[in-house]
Design a protein around this ligand. Structure first.
Ligand code: TYM
Length: 334
């Protein structure tokens, strides 16, 4: 019997240091999927150019993303771990998909509107068609599952629309990809300041990076907003407290979380103690990843081998898809 593994694809932009949001939204799932699925994970360097046209730090950032992925447990022998710009077929598929994507829907995308607000002087066409390039990344391998955080949900919805349009016009070539998380619901890891999410380039003092030292983690966590505590049993938690509990559930033992939940209910919670515990558990979680990534990050030869091997696997799958795409589109003149 032919048991085909399900195909998985995802990517991370090399726009800064990776953080707990990237880990719990994406990388943790990558690692869990690598044994039973055919996996393609890439560093989205082309995507990073839509917001970071200055490429001085790009090489270092690409190496960092690769190293941190491997340090988190990704095995480059099991998956294709590659760089987006090494797989040129992506650009060809992006071009075809651009003919099926409409200006109106692209302008309505939340991430586009956010970026327009953040960089009003650089509203480039790449920014507008960002979800089209992301769709090309995914369907280039005819992937079904896309492990991502909650912030990518809309991009995946758009990917399904583009796929439906392509399949409708040219024949059933692509499966409809879905955003995936092992825990069920997609994850949004909140920032420590009570608003928004952890992010590579915004909110840096309220984001815990996988490269942060124990001391820096402690400092950031101790600064998190709290108050004088609940005054009656059953009081709902304000968002900034809810977020602390959410973060604690990610890195602390279940009985530790249970104890603080019960202290909250009984109005005996001491937020200073809770933050100390959270900082210590985060530091314990991050230290081995940080140390491993630091060692890998400087091993240029190893990283080059990883990228070459990854690109080779990715290109093989990409070339098969492009051949089918050209055929189905009628771009076969010989
Ligand atoms: P990027 O680089 O912003 O983030 C990489 C991954 O981390 C997840 N993530 C989070 N998850 C939970 N909580 C957070 N605070 C948090 N912050 C980030 C993101 O959801 C993502 O899974 N457009 C993508 C890159 C990309 C891509 C792709 C993804 C390019 N091509 C193809 C999937 C498939 C992005 O900007 O991710």
């Amino acid at each position: 019997m032919d048991i085909q593994k399900k195909i998985v694809m995802s990517g991370i932009r090399p726009t800064g240091f990776l953080h707990l949001g990237n880990y719990f939204g994406a990388m943790k799932n990558y690692v869990q999927m690598q044994d039973d699925h055919e996996c393609y994970f890439m560093v989205a360097d082309w995507h990073s150019l839509t917001t970071h046209p200055d490429t001085k730090a790009l090489k270092e950032n690409v190496h960092r993303v690769l190293a941190e992925n491997i340090a988190c447990g990704l095995d480059p022998d099991k998956v294709a771990l590659y760089c987006q710009s090494h797989v040129y077929e992506t650009a060809e598929l992006y071009l075809y998909l651009n003919m099926l994507a409409y200006k109106g829907e692209l302008e309505k995308t939340t991430t586009f509107k956010d970026k327009v607000r953040l960089q009003p002087d650089n509203v480039n066409a790449g920014l507008l068609t960002y979800p089209v390039l992301q769709t090309a990344d995914i369907i280039l391998h005819r992937a079904s599952y896309v492990p991502v955080g909650k912030d990518q949900e809309q991009h995946l919805e758009m990917a399904r629309n583009f796929v439906q349009r392509f399949n409708h016009r040219y024949g059933e070539v692509f499966p409809e990809p879905v955003a995936f998380n092992f825990g069920g619901a997609l994850v949004k890891v909140p920032s420590l300041d009570g608003t928004g999410k952890m992010s590579k380039s915004e909110n840096q003092n309220a984001t815990i990076y996988l490269a942060d030292s124990d001391e820096l983690i402690r400092k950031k966590v101790m600064k998190a907003q709290t108050d004088s505590g609940p005054t009656a049993s059953g009081m709902p938690k304000p968002e900034y407290i809810e977020n602390l509990f959410l973060l604690m559930k990610l890195v602390s033992a279940p009985d530790v979380v249970k104890q603080f939940e019960s202290d909250y209910d009984q109005c005996t919670i001491r937020y200073g103690d809770m933050k100390k515990q959270l900082a210590s558990d985060m530091a314990l979680f991050i230290a081995p990843i940080r140390e491993k990534a630091e060692a890998i990050r400087h091993d240029q030869r190893y990283l080059r081998e990883v990228m070459e091997k990854g690109a080779e696997k990715a290109r093989k799958s990409a070339q098969q898809t492009i051949a089918i795409v050209r055929e189905s589109m009628g771009l076969n003149y010989f």
